[in-house]
Design a protein around this ligand. Structure first.
Ligand code: ADP
Length: 160
């Protein structure tokens, strides 16, 4: 049976840390759905459309990965799509408590839903979208932090 997993997140914007998790998941599973969270109570730096476009460019050479957006509860979205496995990246112990709570909450809401964690690559354990936004907006070099094919678009937006 073919296995589809979902990689949810804000991706504001996509980093090499995200791409590492997505790429590794794409080798382990038949289909990977990368789901961009649309949170109407928060204003992201990059619009939903921009986050989707950047992700699409970043995963261009991974044929079994598709980018979608979703609003509301992930557990409900997974039910609607018939997806039963979430794949997330764990950077450090600091991620663990929150992710552990989320995994349990999602299972309570949707008992068929499992969460799998992949350990972050040693080179990207420190990396987050907020760090990329901060460094770039202050004129720093983010070329080691974001996929090369979307670097210029991210810089153009953040230095506006
Ligand atoms: P953030 O805004 O913290 O960068 P997101 O909410 O967009 O992250 O994260 C989406 C998913 O990607 C989460 O599972 C998160 O743990 C994972 N992730 C984010 N950054 C990294 C990284 N540097 N290495 C591995 N996984 C990461």
């Amino acid at each position: 049976m073919s296995k589809t997993v979902i990689c949810p997140g804000s991706f504001d914007p996509v980093t090499l840390g995200h791409l590492d998790i997505i790429t590794r998941a794409s080798k382990m599973f038949d289909r990977v759905v990368v789901a961009v969270l649309v949170n109407s109570s928060k204003t992201p730096t990059f619009s939903t459309q921009e986050r989707i476009e950047l992700l699409n460019a970043a995963v261009g050479d991974l044929p079994n990965v598709e980018i979608v957006s979703f609003e509301g509860l992930l557990a409900e979205y997974c039910k609607t799509c018939g997806i039963s496995t979430i794949v997330k990246g764990l950077r450090a112990v600091s991620d663990f408590e929150y992710e552990f709570q989320m995994a349990i909450a999602n299972k309570k809401l949707n008992p068929g839903l499992e969460t799998i964690f992949l350990t972050a690559d040693a080179d990207s354990t420190f990396l987050s979208s907020s760090m990329v936004r901060e460094i770039c907006s202050m004129g720093g070099d983010i070329s080691n932090f974001v996929p090369a094919c979307v670097h210029d678009r991210i810089v153009a937006k953040l230095r506006k």
